[in-house]
Ligand binder design. Structure first.
Ligand code: ZN
Ligand code: ZN
Length: 556
């Protein structure tokens, strides 16, 4: 009898940052690990979300058995609705991960037809020829899993995202024992998170942020406003605990912050003392030194709660002199400009803004540094190693970290990029044939918006609905708009109807400008986004068309 081969098929996240997705195939059975998204880079104008091209899975739809989610970060679950709209397959994950993914499915009206299977660490699930065991790992989000998958050709370990936190805030320890046990029994292939491979030593424990936060609270005699990722439940727990100790009430601000804290609280993962919570509309009713506001928007996203607070555009909160604002997060490369702009706005209003790397830190990473990566490599001692989750430079560095294992059973390290495949059988491992991969850009996160390649999308927009160029002239000295915004269009509409619509549209743009503060008007990133959003809403409503909108701002 001919023995089958295991095929490892990265569909996203190798050689690029984000949109993690990995398929494992044995004969006619395929399982998929994670379906993440990527936030678009600036040049992807008008695109809201980028997801992997799932055509390989669609072409093999009869064989795809399940989607397994390692944890609830967007770069692992963000594309779930788009995959499940095409393939109705069961989903496995922890209760918290599935609650977050479920929220995404609800937004796309898919929740009722998808089977969500809650799993717990330590549990094993059989899916076709795969026996998937779930191992608890520590990460910046709660309820993160690694996978130990028994296949007909041997065991495969997929770490998911992790760090090895020796003192996790919830005392839920990284399952080093099972990693070691698997290593002892023999692991064919290890796939491990490369995100932080550039950092020497060990990543600090989540608890390391407490001393600095405590110090900040000790000194603050006005309001304390802290921003962190809404999914960082460990961080939120520490903040709530500290607020409680310092006799401050807590208010969660921002849609994602409110949503995630509600989910975490309902699942018993976030403990909130009685009567400590304050509703946003009651913020004014409390003494300034008795308040901590926890708000979303660490990356200066134009429409996020903190960005709006920073320019006095939030209905419940504005900055007053003496307030302390803490950005308890990292600056994601590419977001520097937006974040510094937001910090400028906050500082101008008299806030003491605490951000960036300092010692002791206000933020620690959720990913393993070099020594932790070596620890996992040494415990697992795989026959083959394949770095995952990172750009090529990070994968290459991670490969180099495993060099020493050549003397402890490591036969080969494979540096694969998305679309390349690996074949594993009894007579060894080798690169296999390429599969079709790519990036798919999506507008406004809706499913009816056909999912396709960026260039094709732009061409379709142009050929069907044309484009509209709102041109706005802003006076550098006064910050005011000079005259009515001009709208240029091609291939959009013609005749009288068109001039009426475009005239009305230029009023819409004028109104957007009027309703923006002087500060916002000097912030071109914010203005372009606001103009695009308002104009798109107007044109879709009036004409049911979706032309490509490219705002142009001239400073005169
Ligand atoms: Zn990740
Ligand atoms: Zn993660």
């Amino acid at each position: 009898m001919k023995e089958g081969k295991l095929q490892v098929i990265p569909l996203g996240g190798l050689g690029e940052f984000g949109m993690n997705c990995m398929a494992l195939r044995y004969e006619d059975d395929i399982i998929v690990i994670d379906a993440g998204m990527m936030f678009p880079e600036e040049e992807l104008l008008g695109v809201d979300v980028v997801i992997p091209d799932f055509s390989y899975l669609e072409e093999n739809r009869a064989h795809v058995r399940a989607l397994i989610l390692t944890h609830g970060h967007e770069d692992h679950i963000g594309a779930t609705p788009f995959l499940l709209a095409e393939l109705n397959i069961p989903v496995y994950g922890t209760e918290f991960t599935l609650a977050l993914a479920g929220r995404r499915l609800e937004e796309h009206d898919l929740k009722d037809r998808v089977k969500l299977n809650v799993v717990r660490p330590g549990q094993t699930v059989e899916i076709g020829p795969f026996k998937v065991r779930f191992l608890h790992v520590t990460h910046s989000i709660v309820s993160a899993l690694a996978l130990a998958i028994t296949t007909p050709v041997g065991m495969v370990i997929h770490t998911g995202d992790f760090k090895v936190d020796p003192t996790p805030t919830d005392n839920d320890m990284f399952d080093l024992h099972t990693f070691a046990e698997c290593g002892k029994n023999g692991v064919l292939l290890l796939m491990s998170d490369s995100t932080n491979v550039d950092r020497a030593g060990y990543t600090e424990s989540e608890r390391a942020v407490r001393p600095r936060l405590e110090d900040i609270l000790n000194r603050a005699d006005r309001r304390v406003i802290v921003s962190c990722f809404s999914s960082s439940v460990h961080r939120l727990q520490q903040l709530v605990d500290l607020a409680h100790e310092f006799g401050r009430k807590v208010c969660f601000l921002g849609r994602s912050m409110v949503n995630v804290t509600e989910i975490a609280h309902s699942l018993g993962l976030l403990h909130v003392p009685d009567r400590i919570l304050l509703r946003p509309q009651d913020l004014g009713s409390i003494a300034r030194d008795k308040l901590m506001v926890i708000v979303s928007g660490t990356q200066g996203e134009p429409m996020s709660a903190l960005s709006r607070v920073a320019v006095d555009d939030h209905k419940n909160l504005s900055i007053e002199p003496g307030d302390t604002v803490v950005l308890s997060s990292r600056i994601i490369p590419g977001n520097e400009k937006a974040i510094y702009r937001m910090i400028n706005h906050l500082s101008r209003r008299g806030a003491d803004v605490i951000y960036g790397s300092m010692n002791p830190p206000v933020h620690v990473s959720g990913h393993a540094s070099a020594e932790e990566l070596k620890l996992v490599l040494n415990l697992v001692r795989p026959k083959y190693f394949m770095p995952i989750h990172g750009e090529y430079r990070q994968l290459a560095k991670h490969a180099a970290l495993a060099e020493h294992l050549k003397f402890a059973g490591l036969e080969e390290t494979f540096l694969l990029e998305t679309g390349e495949t690996l074949l594993l059988g009894s007579n060894g491992a080798r690169k296999g044939p390429r599969v079709n991969v790519g990036r798919v850009c999506i507008d406004s996160g809706t499913l009816d918006e056909v999912v396709e390649d960026l260039v094709i999308r732009d061409r379709r927009h142009l050929s069907e609905d044309g484009f509209v160029l709102p041109i706005v002239a802003i006076n550098k000295l006064t910050g005011k708009c000079e005259g009515l915004p001009e709208l240029v269009s091609r291939g959009f509409m013609s005749g009288e109807e068109s001039s009426a619509i475009l005239h009305e549209a230029s009023q819409v743009v004028a109104r957007t400008l009027e309703l923006s503060s002087a500060e916002e008007r000097t912030d071109w990133g914010v203005m372009k986004e606001k103009i695009r959003t308002d104009l798109r809403r107007y044109l879709t409503k009036e004409t049911s068309r979706r032309p490509l909108i490219m705002p142009v701002i001239l400073e005169i």
